[in-house]
Design a protein around this ligand. Structure first.
Ligand SMILES: *Cc1c(COP(=O)(O)O)cnc(C)c1O
Length: 361
């Protein structure tokens, strides 16, 4: 089996081994020390400013998206939400549910957010900005330096969903003026699903400690308080946190640089070999994320979703189907997780054969 989806992704062997162990009791000094180490390393990977904190949610990436919206914003805010695909849409939905006043910046599918578009929102009294680092559904990477500058000029709180972009695309909380950012275990961290991480600067921590949150499980102030001694308010995903510790210690050796380079290399290798195949990169070429490549099938008679099925059933290879309007037009190939360059050669072969088969019918 070869898995090119964007999560859960392929896990390396030594991390899988750790998952076989019995689950230890966690209210111990040993586990607290491991949690403190996880916090320290993840903050460094996000290049978080001094006095930042991170907390670990037992829940997939969406739990951290929701916790962020609930804890960082209130009905007194007025936020901008970038909606360039299904994950941007989800941020808007969360603002709607939690009654945070918001305006959506709706983008055309596959197109970047530009200086020109942003310009019309300047000095309009917005207090917060919500955006993905990579909009996974279309493979668009947003220009976080531009967004960070915009937020600084306009004194806005910047919350970034970097669930898929973390390690794939550059992120620096310091340089990009990011107040809070999240990621999830089943993306580039290449762990089992079930855990997500929220990194927060001092401002974000202060908001958590001041805002009144109508939730027990999503009250981040209690995670922050418990985290001071390396603990969590409720039973965490102990096994995944242990696997995370091993993964983070490896990433810490060069602060994530070689992992980032590997992901970028896979993306460029794949984009090069598919030039010979009858697909077109769906995403605007100025805004390609290293995380994933979204491809349009040139032959309109061939359904992208059928292609996904044939490649899965006949070659035991998983590419990532799209949903909604793009279901029959676009599919995606991920570059995160434990994959080698030669895996992409195998994929290209399988795509060629599957396409020939579908065109015959
Ligand atoms: C995967 C992903 C999430 C989280 O999705 P879950 O299924 O809840 O883990 C959030 N945002 C982005 C951009 C993602 O790619």
């Amino acid at each position: 089996m070869l898995n090119f989806t964007v999560g859960p992704v392929q896990i390396q062997e030594d991390i899988l081994e750790l998952g076989k162990e019995q689950v230890p009791y966690f209210r111990t000094d040993e586990f607290s020390a491991l949690m403190k180490e996880n916090e320290k390393i993840i903050l460094s990977l996000f290049d978080a400013p001094e006095n930042s904190r991170s907390i670990f949610m037992t829940g997939s990436g969406t739990s951290s998206m929701e916790a962020g919206v609930m804890n960082f914003f209130t009905a007194k805010d007025k936020v901008l939400v970038v909606n360039g695909g299904s994950f941007g849409e989800r941020l808007a939905e969360l603002c709607e549910i939690h009654e945070i006043p918001y305006t959506q910046i709706k983008l055309q599918s596959g197109k970047p957010l530009t200086e020109e578009i942003l310009g019309s929102y300047e000095n309009k009294g917005y207090t917060g900005f919500l955006v993905q680092l990579c909009e996974t559904s279309t493979g668009v990477r947003y220009d976080m330096n531009m967004i960070g500058d915009f937020c600084r000029r306009n004194n806005m709180f910047l919350f970034v969903d970097a669930v898929s972009g973390f390690l794939a695309d550059e992120i620096s909380m310091k340089k990009m003026n990011i107040n809070a950012a999240i990621t999830g275990s089943q993306k580039a961290l290449a762990l089992p699903p079930g855990l997500s991480v929220i990194c927060m600067d001092e401002k974000a921590v202060e908001r958590c400690n001041t805002n009144k949150v109508h939730s027990l499980y999503f009250n981040l102030a209690s995670y922050l308080k418990n985290g001071e001694r390396g603990q969590t308010p409720f039973t965490p995903a102990v096994s995944i946190l242990i696997q995370l510790n091993s993964r983070l210690k490896e990433l810490a050796k060069d602060n994530g640089k070689s992992e980032h380079a590997k992901i970028a290399e896979r993306a460029s290798y794949f984009r090069n070999i598919i030039k010979e195949l009858p697909f077109t990169v769906f995403t605007d070429s100025s805004a390609l994320s290293n995380c994933v490549t979204a491809l349009k099938v040139n032959d309109e008679k061939v359904s992208a979703h059928r292609l996904f099925e044939v490649v899965k059933d006949e070659y035991k290879i998983w590419i990532c189907p799209n949903g909604g309007e793009l279901k029959d037009k676009v599919f995606r190939v991920g570059h995160i997780g434990n994959l080698s360059l030669s895996d992409y050669d195998s994929l290209a072969e399988a795509l060629k054969k599957a396409l020939a088969k579908l065109e015959e019918n």
